[in-house]
Design a protein around this ligand. Structure first.
Ligand SMILES: Nc1ncnc2c1ncn2[C@@H]1O[C@H](COP(=O)(O)OP(=O)(O)O)[C@@H](O)[C@H]1O
Ligand SMILES: [Mg+2]
Length: 368
């Protein structure tokens, strides 16, 4: 009998999307086939403590992690082992074949965790360091899109320092975009710190609000009558795009409240779009994915001017919401891939990518 694949599932985390990660990872843990996988839970608390054990998920959910051993992954190659540290004693729990980080936002989706996993030389689901970091920073992401001739809305990057030292100068520089203007922290998600500014006083507040959450603040021209279209992408070298879906936010835009509190936003699958627009959205999603060297999965989000039909790539999420009812898996389901098969496929892709990386020569010796 073939031995089981040993999967470490990492969830929780220090980002504002800790709770979203718990919801996503609950669905992933529930669907990993025990015939096929041996699963190890690795939880990261809001404070950043790593814990492990078969009840790590429940412990995080209830907020009682006392008594659980500290989880450790060492950043040296050749081990690929999960260790538990308990009362000063370090014990190996198990070797790991692959890690599934189900973490959203900072310190999980932004390349930092991926850096640790690269050093540790373990296979992991999703984008690498570069794709994660480039996907996380909305300003850099837009620059890469522009450099590849892909459509994005006009935007200006300002720094927190500029806002603090010369707010009026910043306002004068960005107002030309024309209201409404969106102010956003460059590296955040879930609409946290975002303001839709209708005029100068909103703008002033919006800039200061965004600057609370990041050093880099993106000021973006608002797309009028924006329709929000999303596409799921899956794969490494030859990624595939799902059918597009559409979000109809229950607020004036897809705000934090609309996403998590009001519960009145609609997911429409497939997005009602003419065939040629559907094909264009899917093809743009693949180009965006490849431009930042994504791997495994990502959800590519678009804004569409409902009047002119103009399409803009808005952002990419390299670890998108992953509950059974989240857009990413729903789009695959509607494209013929079940949630369970999607999780299997992501693990296969992680192992494939690792095998590919193992072909890279790390040491150059002259004449060899
Ligand atoms: N330029 C824009 N024009 C119109 N709506 C926007 C624009 N930028 C953001 N929004 C609205 O704000 C929401 C959140 O912005 P987004 O850039 O997707 O950040 P997040 O990573 O927090 O989801 C979008 O889903 C959309 O509703
Ligand atoms: Mg978004």
């Amino acid at each position: 009998m073939q031995s089981k694949i040993r999967v470490g599932v990492i969830f929780g985390g220090r980002s504002g999307e800790h709770d979203v990660s718990l919801m996503s990872s609950r669905s992933v843990l529930a669907v990993l086939d025990p015939q096929k996988y041996e699963v190890f839970q690795i939880g990261i608390t809001r404070q950043g403590a790593w814990v492990t054990g078969p009840d790590a998920w429940s412990a995080l959910e209830s907020g009682h992690v006392e008594g659980l051993p500290t989880a450790l992954l060492l950043p040296e190659p050749g081990r690929a082992t999960l260790y538990a540290l308990r009362s000063g004693r370090l014990e190996p729990v198990s070797g790991l074949d692959v890690i599934f980080p189900v973490l959203h936002g900072t310190f999980g989706e932004d390349g930092t965790l991926q850096g640790l996993l690269e050093l540790a030389d373990i296979a992991y689901v999703g984008a690498g360091v570069l794709g994660s970091a480039a996907g996380m920073d909305k300003a850099l992401f837009k620059d890469v899109m522009r450099a590849n001739g892909l459509p994005v809305v006009d935007a200006i990057l300002v720094t927190r320092r500029e806002i603090e030292s010369d707010l009026q100068g910043v306002i004068a520089r960005v107002e030309g975009l024309g209201y409404p203007i969106f102010t956003k922290p460059a590296n955040l998600g879930s609409s946290v710190g975002i303001t839709r500014c209708r005029g100068r006083s909103d703008l002033q507040e919006g800039l200061q609000e965004a600057a609370r959450f990041d050093r880099r603040i993106l000021v973006e021209k608002g797309v009028p009558n924006a329709r929000e279209i999303e596409v799921s992408v899956l794969g490494n070298e030859h990624p595939a795009a799902s059918i597009p879906g559409e979000i109809r936010p229950g607020d004036e835009y897809y705000s934090y409240e609309a996403k998590y509190i009001m519960d009145n936003s609609e997911l429409i699958i497939p997005a009602p779009l003419p065939q040629d627009v559907t094909e264009r959205v899917r093809s743009l999603a693949l180009k965006a994915y490849q431009a930042i060297d994504c791997a495994g999965m990502a959800r590519v989000d678009f804004l569409m001017d409902a009047r002119s039909g103009e399409l803009y790539i808005s952002e990419i999420n390299t670890i998108p919401g992953f509950t059974k009812i989240s857009m990413y898996p729903k789009l695959w389901e509607a494209s013929g891939l079940s949630y369970r098969d999607l999780v299997d496929r992501l693990i296969d892709l992680a192992l494939e990518r690792k095998a590919d990386r193992d072909h890279t020569e790390r040491q150059f010796r002259r004449g060899s």
